[in-house]
Write a protein that binds this ligand. Structure first.
Ligand code: GDP
Ligand code: MG
Length: 307
């Protein structure tokens, strides 16, 4: 199935015609799930590009976010994070995260201030900036000094920046440090591009984010969203048909809810965000289908656009 996007981190066709060479390059964001990578990316871009939820592993795809200013362009890749994979979907997610570590100009490592992440910084193969995020949760900032010293032992780490992405703290400094280390290059993307992903992708991601926010426990992890139709129908009104795939009948019942109440709520909150994003009123049709054990089946995982 063609979902209209690819997971290739670098465009296969470079867009030429941008004569001006300026600081531009690829920055891969890595770190453990839930440390705030997607929040930092959204803050760096100044817009909400990717899904953020309190649940780990919300990010499944590699997403390019493009930030172009007068004198630089940073192409960010938000990865699903590095963790021990349990099934095919997770294997594909981690494989992508590790492969982008090599194919990047710079790495942005995001960690929490509570412990040393040796196994992640050991995997670095390119120069890196370390962001110690969630510093708002620390009462005693001087306690960070020994941790920072430990990270400084890793030669690829060029700079350490303390951030609180939630409160927009340290984000500008982080941007400046990244720009300093970018190579002089031709632009990779036209200056008005925000991402390499199309609207369909983001619509599916919005629905998935709402599923993570609305449903408890394990159900969100068993779902994926496929946009089957996305077209303009009446004047300016878009018709979107999305299928939510789950692994079991019982999960389907949970998504739909008693007399369809849960899915109605899902449709309502998703529709609001989608309309904000695409700037048009939409009609959103949601279907739920069972694809038995899809996360464990590499063919299904690929069909759904992962990997
Ligand atoms: P990711 O899995 O690394 O992409 O993490 P997310 O960006 O999805 O964030 C995970 C959770 O941490 C969300 O609930 C965020 O709101 C929260 N979070 C992100 N940055 C901060 C921060 O600076 N401070 C605090 N207290 N929470 C944060
Ligand atoms: Mg994320």
């Amino acid at each position: 199935m063609d979902l209209g996007f690819s997971l290739n981190p670098r465009p296969s066709v470079f867009i030429r015609g941008f004569k001006n060479i300026m600081k531009s390059g690829f920055v891969t964001i890595v770190g453990r799930p839930n440390v705030g990578k997607s929040t930092i990316l959204n803050k760096l871009l100044g817009t909400k590009l990717v899904a953020v939820t309190p649940k780990p592993q919300t990010t499944r795809h590699k997403v390019l976010g493009i930030l172009t200013e007068k004198d630089y362009q940073i192409v960010f890749t938000d990865t699903p994070g590095i963790f021990k994979p349990k099934y095919e979907l997770q294997k594909v997610m981690v494989k992508h995260a590790i492969s982008t570590l090599e194919d990047t100009d710079l790495t942005l490592v995001v960690v929490e201030p509570f412990r040393m992440e040796t196994d992640i910084v050991e995997k670095l193969s390119r120069p890196a900036i370390l962001a110690i995020n969630k510093t708002d949760l620390l009462k005693d900032k001087p306690k960070l000094l020994p941790l920072m010293d430990e990270y400084k032992n890793f030669k690829l780490i060029q700079e350490i920046v303390l951030t609180s992405a939630l409160h927009n703290e340290g984000i500008d400094e982080l941007k400046q440090e990244l720009v300093k280390l970018l190579p002089d290059e031709e632009l990779y993307y036209p200056s008005d591009y925000l991402s390499d992903k199309n609207e369909r992708f983001f619509v599916a991601e919005i629905i998935r984010e709402k599923i993570f926010l609305l449903y408890g426990q394990e159900v969100p992890y068993a779902t994926t969203v496929v946009i089957e139709e996305f077209k303009e129908r009446e004047q300016g009104k878009y018709f979107i048909r999305a299928v939510i795939y789950v692994e079991r009948r019982s999960e389907k019942m949970i998504i739909i809810g008693k007399s369809g109440n849960a899915i109605k709520e899902l449709g309502k909150t998703a529709r609001k965000d989608i309309e904000l994003r695409i700037g048009h009123p939409i009609y959103l049709e949601l279907w739920v289908k069972v694809r038995k054990g899809w996360r464990r089946n590499l063919r299904d995982v690929k069909e759904f656009g992962y990997g």
